[in-house]
Ligand binder design. Sequence first.
Ligand SMILES: [Zn+2]
Length: 199
Amino acid sequence: MTSADINDLIRMLARLPGVGPRSARRLALTLLTERETMMKPLMMQMDKTYGQVMTCQTCGNLDSASPCHICTDTRRNRTLICVVQGIADIWAIERTRVFDGLYHVLGGVLSAIDGVKPEHLRIDELLERIRIEGTQEVVLALSATVDGQTTGHYLADRLKDTGVRIMRLAHGMPVGGELDYLDDGTLTTAMKSRTAVQR
Ligand SMILES: [Zn+2]
């Protein structure tokens, strides 16, 4: 391997979120010095995952099947849908084991600055699911940011004619807080003591 290859490896690692140039060099060195025990298993796992992973056509989750393992789990409460911005939020909520319903990934939040409009989010898909799945309750688990709250109000408005109970996470979430960054205790409390959206 030439040093150009090593530099390319470091550059690619540094593109990952949370990995700066210094961490990228350390990761590359570990991979290069432990090729059999670190690099090869990682490579094989990445290759396997790359070939298998897909987006669930129902909820928007990532899994090795569509519908995903959550959507097909018969032990879950199928009358309850938790609406989240992204997949990281599903992972965060699942980690707490506080929620036993289904999910719906919006794929972002409305944003005037970033030009994100309702048609860019999976809102029509949500309305369609509520219509055909017999949903009774929708929990809006959105970040306590301005855009997150704007999206919550917009969704509550769009959902009001469906007859479902519309809930949102309890206050106690830090203002400006991204769901994904909440500690498990705070997230559990916010979910357990969720409140009805006033309309
Ligand atoms: Zn799914």
